[in-house]
Design a protein around this ligand. Sequence first.
Ligand code: DNO
Ligand code: MN
Length: 347
Amino acid sequence: MQMSFRWYGTSDPVSLDYIRQIPNMKGIVSAIYDIPVGEVWPLEKIQELKQQVEDKGLELSVIESVPVHEDIKLGKPSRDKYIENYKQTLRNLGEAGIPVVCYNFMPVFDWTRSDLNYELEDGSHALIFDEEEVNKMDPRTLSLPGWDESYTAEEMNQLMDEYKEVDTEKLWENLEYFIKAIMPTAEEADVKMAIHPDDPPYSIFGLPRVITNKEALNRFINLYDSKYNGVTACVGSYASDPKNDAVAMLKDMLEKDRVNFVHARNVKLTGEGKSFEESAHLSKMGSIDMYEVVKALSDHGFEGSIRPDHGRMIWGETGKPGYGLYDRALGATYLNGLYEAVQKAGK
Ligand code: DNO
Ligand code: MN
């Protein structure tokens, strides 16, 4: 497996100069952030990003994410135009030699938490999801970091209304339409697609969600039978539903050769409904056995990229919630240690 790290581009306070000092760091996970959702990513911009990364001796190994326009998720007539643009972006990424693209199919909101700066017992700060708090939130009036800030209140209201017509089955249909349309291009361009699970993996705010559990992952990979139609195994997201066995889901996808990217982080289910805290990576800090995660990757000879997902804010660091340097670097180091031990024990 190739250790990698998310980088938000030149404005990220966690610079490539810092990232390359993390032991065994090879890959960079990034994106182009200044192109409106739905438009084509120009080849020159992709090449420029790749060059910045390679100048520091690193490799641009995954694009996370190429966002999917809401019209595609809603199944509106305009989706065909946006799908054509998506295909062109994939061709450009392929031409630049980018091997993997991560994306998601969550309506309106990407990942959702109730508090992005919750103080844990040890004084560190973490992202948490308190079910009761989230149930009280009104997405039409509230804005949280991590959400698309580009909607006005009016647009948000309209979007939420449009989704009233889209239930889970309709969203599956729209996903199927999208997948069948883009996959031949992804294959031709030699870009492996890796769908990120819904985070958390169940419906919130009455919006439908599809990439939620083991059954859903299997339904998804069967939409188009190709290694290029794969998943981002985000064990932290999988495990946020107490009903899910994240390790079993990872193993299932590894057995079927559909894991194209891995996100590793731990969550601690607090025992109250679906509430959880994002914990340090170490197995005993949370609800996921990270040894089993790394062992499964090693047993299957996983050669793709893995990145430490969110980290806590520690040692006084401030910045983008979940994306500081220190705790994610500790996560990478822990994963490296597990991997070395698993590999040596297997010899
Ligand atoms: C949060 C991330 C997500 C992820 C997208 C992938 O930190 O895990 O925002 O990048 O859902 O499309
Ligand atoms: Mn993730």
